[in-house]
Design a protein around this ligand. Structure first.
Ligand SMILES: NC(=O)c1ccc[n+]([C@@H]2O[C@H](COP(=O)([O-])OP(=O)(O)OC[C@H]3O[C@@H](n4cnc5c(N)ncnc54)[C@H](OP(=O)(O)O)[C@@H]3O)[C@@H](O)[C@H]2O)c1
Length: 288
């Protein structure tokens, strides 16, 4: 089984995680289907789930995804062997996505996530995004304090540039970076982020790894991907995930799923071995 270490923590996880966002945002499945998705992920050997306090409908629904995951893991009896990585730093007023890196909000968000997850400590807590209205160091200080207080075990960042990551590293240890990355968005390969994470033993977590909530349909229609899918007897989604996995042993993609078939298929990306020639062809696909 292909595995990934979280930063240099010694904690190992299956190389494909579950992006749980589609289970809680607009158009979400009913509770039974959401449970079935998590059950299928666990049955397939999955043990890393990405969530956020704001994977919900709006501010009145904060924590929906975290509660749902905790409940499912309890029912499955696997709470202790699955890392639920959550985030703070956004709000959902009226359903909008608004960045808020104010230290007070981060502290409150973390407390609420601990309640939703029924945990004493969060295994990986990620700053969802940097708030341009707040000094980055103040947001980081709040997170470091939460870590010192034992509420967070490891810290991650999301939606950051290489310069922002370096700034954070001058200040504290960072276990992971979660950024938008897929076959049609190779920015982090081009700007040195992925190489930098490898060199610093930071896990790189590509989000929207098959193109995103809507974009995955377009990705699946890409003719060169369809050709490879035929050749390898796999779905285009699985080819896209396998391409990411081939790019580094520090890369842990988190495909989303609201259907059991999607996550079952994605987990099988760890079994695919793409040829160097096919990887190079995928490298040449232009960004969109
Ligand atoms: N840090 C951030 O700012 C940020 C932003 C966005 C997302 N994320 C995280 O990243 C995760 C993944 O991103 P995402 O959900 O936006 O996009 P994604 O994983 O690229 O695509 C999501 C959709 O693609 C479909 N899909 C995935 N694998 C498939 C497969 N093997 N076969 C067929 N369909 C497949 C699923 O459809 P069905 O729903 O039909 O199953 C799923 O809803 C999120 O769930 C969330 O945890 C983080």
């Amino acid at each position: 089984m292909q595995q990934r270490e979280l930063g240099s923590t010694g904690l190992m996880f299956k190389a494909i995680g579950l992006g749980a966002m589609p289970l809680s945002i607009g158009g979400r499945p009913d509770a039974a289907q959401a449970f079935a998705v998590i059950e299928a992920f666990i049955a397939g050997g999955g043990d890393f789930i990405d969530t956020a306090n704001v994977y919900c409908l709006d501010d009145d629904d904060i924590g929906h995804n975290e509660r749902l995951i905790r409940q499912a893991l309890d029912q499955l009896g696997v709470t202790d062997r699955v890392l639920v990585a959550t985030k703070g730093g956004l709000r959902r007023p009226g359903g909008a996505w608004v960045v808020d890196g104010d230290p007070d909000w981060l502290r409150l968000s973390c407390e609420r996530s601990l309640q939703a997850l029924q945990a004493d400590c969060i295994g990986l807590y990620q700053l969802h995004a940097i708030d341009p209205k707040v000094d980055f160091r103040r947001s980081l200080e709040a997170l470091v304090k939460l870590k010192e207080d034992g509420k967070i075990r490891h810290l991650g960042l999301s939606n950051v540039s290489p310069a922002q990551l370096e700034q954070a590293l001058d200040f504290t240890l960072i276990a992971s970076v979660q950024n938008h990355c897929n076959l049609f968005d190779k920015r982090d390969f081009q700007n040195g982020m992925i190489d930098f994470c490898r060199a610093r033993h930071i896990t790189y977590i590509p989000y929207s790894p098959v193109g995103g909530h809507h974009g995955h349909v377009r990705l699946a229609r890409e003719p060169s991907l369809q050709r490879l899918a035929d050749q390898y007897q796999a779905s285009p989604h699985r080819i896209a995930l396998a391409w990411l996995l081939h790019k580094g042993r520090h890369i842990l993609p988190i495909p989303g799923a609201s259907k059991v078939a999607s996550i079952r298929d994605s987990l099988r990306a760890t079994e695919l071995r793409l040829s160097a020639e096919d990887i190079a062809a995928l490298d040449r696909l232009p960004d969109r």
